[in-house]
Design a protein around this ligand. Structure first.
Ligand SMILES: [Zn+2]
Ligand SMILES: [Zn+2]
Length: 253
């Protein structure tokens, strides 16, 4: 069935021993996948993995907000010019791990949202324990952004509806399969099928029944099955609709 992993980190050192084998088995099961950058080295690593059916994004995670200066933005501009770079991210706010002060995170976030508008790239948003501030910033930019997805959605149905009202996509990862994560499944329930994406965030957050293992992009099949159940559609239909959405969001032909 059609299926895409819209967010993974295959450049992670956790794949250093067997990366090519992992990519090969993922491409057997998935239509395509997107390797997401976190900082400059990992954005370079993502770009280096671009090939048929493997795309990349570049960006600075809020963990590394202090590194977002003019030189950094210039390097992101250069990397973004590579064919196969289809988005800017992941960018956003993280108040759970507040590795950079909140005001520094906000400036780095805004500068990269400006860059996405300049480069005409959709944005991949990381938002952890920072709903209200992320919403406030994104609401200012929503009309100008070429596309926006709330990745690894971790908030409740009310916030899902608020981000949907801005025109955004909402993406669910393996944590939505965890038994205690009813709040995430309730959030998925309010997301219309045509705004829904699925992802792994590999190597993190392996879904049930693989929880605790190193996550690989093909594991998205388990997350898709759970979300399909929430939405009351077949896994096949969920795969088809989220693949169509991913193609539209990332403008992949
Ligand atoms: Zn993230
Ligand atoms: Zn990620």
């Amino acid at each position: 069935m059609p299926l895409v992993d819209t967010h993974c980190h295959l450049q992670s050192p956790r794949f250093d021993d067997d990366r090519e084998a992992v990519i090969a088995r993922c491409l057997e099961q998935l239509d395509w996948l997107v390797v997401i950058g976190d900082d400059i080295p990992s954005s370079e690593g993502a770009v280096a993995l671009i090939r048929d059916r493997v795309y990349a994004t570049v960006g600075m995670h809020p963990y590394y907000a202090e590194g977002v200066d003019d030189a950094c933005l210039d390097r992101l501009r250069e990397l973004a010019a590579t064919p196969g770079v289809i988005g800017l991210g992941e960018i956003g706010l993280d108040y759970f791990n507040e590795y950079a002060p909140r005001d520094v995170q906000a400036v780095a976030f805004r500068r990269q949202l400006d860059l996405a508008i300049e480069l005409d790239l959709p944005v991949v948003i990381h938002n952890r324990d920072s709903d209200e501030d992320a919403y406030a910033i994104l609401a200012e930019y929503a009309d100008r952004l070429p596309g926006c997805v709330m990745h690894c959605f971790g908030s409740d149905a009310t916030y899902a509806e608020r981000f949907l009202a801005l025109g955004f996509y909402v993406s669910f990862a393996g944590n939505a399969t965890f038994s205690k994560a009813q709040q995430l499944r309730d959030a998925a329930a309010v997301v219309p099928l045509d705004r829904l994406l699925v992802e792994t965030d590999a190597p993190y957050l392996a879904p049930v029944p693989l929880r605790g293992k190193r996550c690989e992009p093909w594991h998205v099949v388990h997350t898709a099955a759970v979300i399909a159940e929430v939405k009351g559609v077949s896994a096949e239909e969920l795969g088809k609709v989220t693949t169509d959405n991913a193609r539209r969001f990332y403008r992949v032909a």
